[in-house]
Unconditional design. Structure first.
Ligand SMILES: [Zn+2]
Length: 66
């Protein structure tokens, strides 16, 4: 597990642009709330993809402890 995996958290964010959920592919409309991966205080390294999840997927992910 990398240090980035350890600090990865999901942050509730308001969509400024439309996104699609990386868990289920559902469309996240502009202005709606979704969960975005955050690395806390760490700077994002090049090549690391921060994923976006809808509210349903964020619950599933938190339940799995990942
Ligand atoms: Zn989803």
């Amino acid at each position: 597990m990398s240090k980035y995996e350890q600090v990865r958290t999901l942050k509730l964010t308001k969509a400024r642009l439309p996104h699609s959920c990386d868990g289920c592919g559902r469309k996240i409309e502009k202005g709606s709330q979704y969960y975005r991966e955050s690395l806390g205080l760490l700077a994002k390294p090049p090549g690391l993809q921060l994923r976006c999840y809808c509210q349903d997927c964020s619950k599933r992910i938190n339940a799995n402890g990942t």
